[in-house]
Every structure is written in structure tokens, then in C-alpha cells.
Design a protein around this ligand. Structure first.
Ligand SMILES: Cc1ncc(COP(=O)(O)O)c(C=O)c1O
Length: 410
């Protein structure tokens, strides 16, 4: 039994699940920097830096690119609760667990929610979404970009213009994709996007970088109701329905993150440092180089799995490069293999949810962890574990195939 008062000493792990993943040491270092007061000009300058870094990673000119303190779902909730007034029609196309989450949150916000569903492992065609829009005439479409539960990425480039032409607000959850594959907020005409730090940005969970344009800002301002204790003299509340959440009210967050610096929450100082550093690292690498690194790891690890005789899950043409679904071979105990990976090799791979529970493993190659040596170590370890559980891949085939992919890329 562990001593509750002993010093923390987490076991070293290689986190190759769908997130969280290993944190870049530079981010950990940034988090150990001294506290500053939230209105210290040195700190507000860091907040402004972070806004500019987020604009660059989201490839947007949106002024409103900021951080919601909380895990990725805090970003989702802030956007949805500020956008959706009770009774608003919301369309949520669902192709995995996180689409269900968006529908759930939208309905808690009082939205009149319609869902359309796709079999897990596939994504929607633009026509399917357009048909649903024509039929249901929503005010808001909420759509996951990369659904970590199925490893699929929904192409968005055609959905944005389709929504804009009808004056529909399009929100997308890019938690699993930001920093690992393109998220082209302006080019794809996405009105609001949220992300997380703990996947391809390789920070700890607890920060939700979001961005939204003036269309969304206008809706939020229309619903603006300030707390009595901070209301400047003469301030007139918006005439829209008050946002149900104080913490997640985008209008109040905008006042806090703008030169007004109107007090709201106390910014989570260390998480702000972490976000600033994580995004800075991604941009220093160069986004295109970073995406290519994820793509190459995906090519290598999928070649490795295939050479081991394993089947990949889902429509591979829409698979995210940062996470791969592997079908558990018949007769193999999925949790037994995961446990052996963890206990004997210190490697975490992911289980799965809902209809995929026990049917696939999810192996992540995200951010700082997305490196050749980790791909090779994971394939070698998995081969050994599979052998123990009765599935016998050709010896060395996985590592050889991955090495060949890396070799060709040189
Ligand atoms: C696509 C997607 N959206 C939202 C979330 C929720 O993130 P969090 O657990 O940080 O709140 C996750 C987490 O895995 C995710 O993968």
C-alpha cells in the first residue's frame, strides 16, 4: 500500500494512448515558473502572446483566440453555452463518442437538438450534412473534427462554406487534431473551434485553447450580463437571454482577455505558461513539418501493425494521423494485452468506448511522443504481448515494416 504522505513518484510511462500523452519537458519547465498577479503587465503580456500564438496554430485572424481554464470539455461548454439559447435549433452529426458529447452538452444548454449518426469508423459526406441542414434548418451546427473514440477525422473544408452560405454558425471540436493535423479555421470558415492541450500539443490536461470569430462574439455580447460587483457605471446588459453559466460566459471571458481586463476568474497561471510554451514549441517546429512528422509516424505504425497480421479499424482514408485503431484479434484478451503492455513495458495504449469497447485498441502517436523510437518500441512490445496471448505475428515483422517506412522517408 502506498503511503499517503510520501513524496509523489509516478512510475515512468510511455503514453501511447489517445491522450493524455507525455508532456514536453520544456512545457514542464515553463509550468514551474513563478506566479505573477493576474493584472501584472508581465502576465497580461503573456496572455496577449498566447492569443497571438493561438491565432497562428488555428490559422486564423480571429481576435478572440484565448484559453478557457479547464480540460477540453470546458472549451466545448464555454462555446456551446454562450452560443445556444434555450430553444435554438442545433444539428449535431455524430460519428463517435464525442459527437454524442456535443449533443449532450447542447441539450443541457436548452438547445432543440437534432442528431444524425454515422457508423463508428466512418465520417459524413458533405451531401449528408447538407441534406440534414436542409431538412432541419438549424441555427448552429456542432461537429467534431477528430473523434478520438473512432480515430476518424471529419473533413470540414466543404462544411464551413455550406453553413456560412445559410448563415448557420459552425462550431467544431478540434481537441484531438490541433497540433497534429491542419485545423484551418479561416480557410474552412469555422466560426468557433475548441481544443485541448493534452494530445498533439503535449501539454498537461487542464487548458482549453479556443478561437471564435465576430459572428460568435456578437451573439455572446448580445447575451452579456455582468456581475453586479464588477459592473462599470452606466453599463447596460445585452437584451438576449443570460448565459446559464458564469464561468463559461464568453462575453465575460472577452472582457477579461481584452484591454478592458475586467475581472472574471483568476487565470490559471501555470496552465497559461504551459499553453504558451506548448503552442510556441509547435510553431517553432513549423506546423507543416509537425503534421508531416505525425503523418510519417502513422504510416510507419500502420505498416507495422499490418505486417504483424493485425487489422486496422475504420475507413483508413479518414483516419487521423495521430491515433490508430487496431482490431483486437479473435481470441485475444484486449485488457490482458493492455495490462501486460503497461506492467512489463511501461507503455500505455488505449481501450475504447461504446460499440467498440473491447473490440479495438487505440494507439496514439501524438506530439512529443510521436517519434520513431517510440513507434518501434511500441511495435516490438506489442508483438511480445500478443505472442503471450496466443496471437503469433511473424517475428520482427512490425518493427521491420516501420523501419522500412522511416528508411524510405530519409
Ligand atoms: C475529441 C475530443 N473531444 C473532447 C474531449 C474531452 O476532453 P477533456 O477530457 O480534456 O475534457 C476529448 C478527450 O479525449 C476528445 O478526444
Amino acid at each position: 500500500m502506498t503511503d499517503a504522505f510520501s513524496e509523489l513518484n509516478p512510475p515512468p510511462r510511455l503514453l501511447m494512448g489517445p491522450g493524455p500523452v507525455g508532456v514536453d519537458p520544456r512545457v514542464l519547465r515553463a509550468m514551474s515558473m513563478p506566479m505573477l498577479g493576474q493584472f501584472d503587465p508581465a502576465f497580461t503580456a503573456y496572455m496577449n502572446d498566447t492569443m497571438e500564438l493561438l491565432r497562428q496554430i488555428y490559422r486564423t485572424k480571429n481576435q478572440w483566440s484565448l484559453v478557457v481554464d479547464g480540460t477540453a470539455r470546458a472549451g466545448i461548454e464555454a462555446i456551446l453555452v454562450s452560443l445556444i439559447a434555450p430553444g435554438d435549433k442545433v444539428l449535431v452529426p455524430i460519428f463517435g463518442r464525442f459527437g454524442h458529447l456535443l449533443a449532450e452538452i447542447a441539450s443541457r444548454c436548452g438547445g432543440n437538438v437534432t442528431t444524425i449518426e454515422r457508423e463508428w469508423g466512418t465520417v459524413f459526406t458533405p451531401d449528408e450534412i447538407e441534406d440534414a441542414i436542409k431538412q432541419h434548418r438549424p441555427r448552429i451546427v456542432a461537429l467534431v473534427h477528430g473523434d478520438t473514440s473512432t480515430t476518424m477525422a471529419q473533413p470540414l473544408a466543404e462544411i464551413g462554406p455550406m453553413c456560412r452560405a445559410r448563415d448557420i454558425i459552425l462550431y467544431s471540436d478540434a481537441t484531438a487534431t490541433i497540433g497534429g493535423m491542419p485545423v484551418e479555421v479561416d480557410a474552412w470558415q469555422l466560426d468557433a473551434v475548441s481544443g485541448g492541450l493534452q494530445k498533439c500539443l503535449s501539454g498537461p490536461p487542464g487548458s482549453a485553447p479556443i478561437t471564435f470569430n465576430e459572428r460568435v462574439a456578437t451573439i455572446a455580447k448580445h447575451r452579456k450580463h455582468l456581475e453586479a460587483g464588477i459592473k462599470p457605471p452606466g453599463f447596460v446588459d445585452g437584451n438576449g437571454p443570460r448565459v446559464q453559466s458564469n464561468y463559461f460566459d464568453l462575453a465575460m471571458l472577452m472582457d477579461y482577455w481584452s484591454e478592458l481586463r475586467l475581472n472574471h476568474h483568476t487565470e490559471a497561471t501555470s496552465m497559461l505558461y504551459a499553453t504558451r510554451e506548448a503552442v510556441r514549441i509547435a510553431l517553432q517546429e513549423g506546423l507543416d513539418a509537425r503534421f508531416a512528422r505525425h503523418r510519417l509516424a502513422s504510416d510507419a505504425i500502420t505498416a507495422g501493425f499490418r505486417s504483424m497480421g493485425l487489422e486496422l479499424f475504420g475507413d483508413q482514408s479518414n483516419k487521423m494521423p495521430n491515433v490508430t485503431g487496431v482490431v483486437v484479434p479473435r481470441g485475444v484478451k484486449p485488457d490482458g494485452v493492455r495490462k501486460m503492455m503497461l506492467d512489463d513495458f511501461g507503455i500505455e495504449i488505449g481501450t475504447s468506448f461504446g460499440p467498440l469497447h473491447g473490440k479495438i485498441w487505440r494507439v496514439g502517436t501524438m506530439g512529443y511522443v510521436c517519434r520513431k523510437e517510440n513507434v518501434l518500441i511500441c511495435l516490438g512490445a506489442l508483438e511480445a504481448c500478443l505472442r503471450r496471448f496466443g496471437f503469433k505475428p511473424p517475428a520482427g515483422a512490425g518493427v521491420d515494416a516501420a523501419l522500412a517506412v522511416y528508411g524510405k522517408a530519409r
